[in-house]
Ligand binder design. Sequence first.
Ligand code: M7G
Length: 344
Amino acid sequence: SSLQELLDRFKFNRVLDSNPQTKVISLLGRIDGHDAIVTMEKMHFTYETNVLKKENGRNTPVLHSCEDEFSCLKSIEAMREIASNDIYYWGAGLLKQDLNRNPTAKINLVWPATPVHIRKFEVQSFHVIRETPEIYRKVVEPYIEEMTSESRLKWVQNILYNGAESDRVVYKDFVEGEAPKGFLILPDMKWDGVNLDALYLVALVFRSDIRSLRDLKPEHKPWLIEVLNKIRTVIPACYNYAIHPDELRVFVHYQPSYYHFHIHIVNVKHSGLSDSIAAGKAILLEDIIEQLGFLGEDGFAGRTITYVLGENHDLWRLGMEQEVSRQLREDGIPKAPKIVSDFN
Ligand code: M7G
């Protein structure tokens, strides 16, 4: 079925999360008897675009920065003034839309959604936890092994080997026989693919021996430097230099949702991305590379990593909850007093 057909059969159940600031809403429902999560996000505005123009007397086209019919004010088709007072005016407007160049919203569907997906989207409480090498081996590594199942990473395999989203791949670096070094870059599911202020790409590596940050060792350092430099060389050129190499936030998540090594590439301007670029989740690739020069031969396997974990994450009930309490006791942090609720 197409996305449109699937959405037509969506039976609403409840709102998982709604955020007026990021203008994102996530709904849980069912399609053909299976759980489905629909996320809708209102799109941001565009103002300028860079286009290649050929000029008289020149052979090579030159890049121009300019407005187009969808640039903020130019796109207003109808206006209703709400009120005015002294030097202040406010109103509501109807903007020109276009399915390709100026869509209204980005719509994501996960179907059939697993309980892991549903819990990830739901409002939850978060905790700052310290993952020591010991707790990693005891609790996290067995979990990661479970989460690298074929079905969970099918989308990654589909992109790398089965041509999924192949028309969207912006860069592919793959030399036969040199698979451990290769990677490809394509638009992330989080990006509408139109608005460069919200540019969000993901680089997937072909090698499958690195499940997360934890598996990175000093021997990977030269390779990571190469990957980062290719990202910074290729991406600005791909987007007509509307974005520069030093305007790319290049980072890795810990914990990630998918345990096949990948790198996030995001416009530095874009900060409204819930926890995607938050301290305690995103680690700059530059910092990872630098640290590999200081960590021993075990690399990140030997380091304590502090991050933010939601209570809905499986790791919370698999042992992180007890670990946090244990650490607080060990650190001598006083227990929070019991708070009696006077609300009724
Ligand atoms: P992560 O750090 O493992 O998870 O990153 P999180 O950021 O979702 O917590 C995985 C990245 O891959 C995310 O930015 C996803 O939006 C993106 N992604 C996930 N899937 C299933 C797809 C997909 O099928 N296609 C593309 N292009 N991106 C995806």
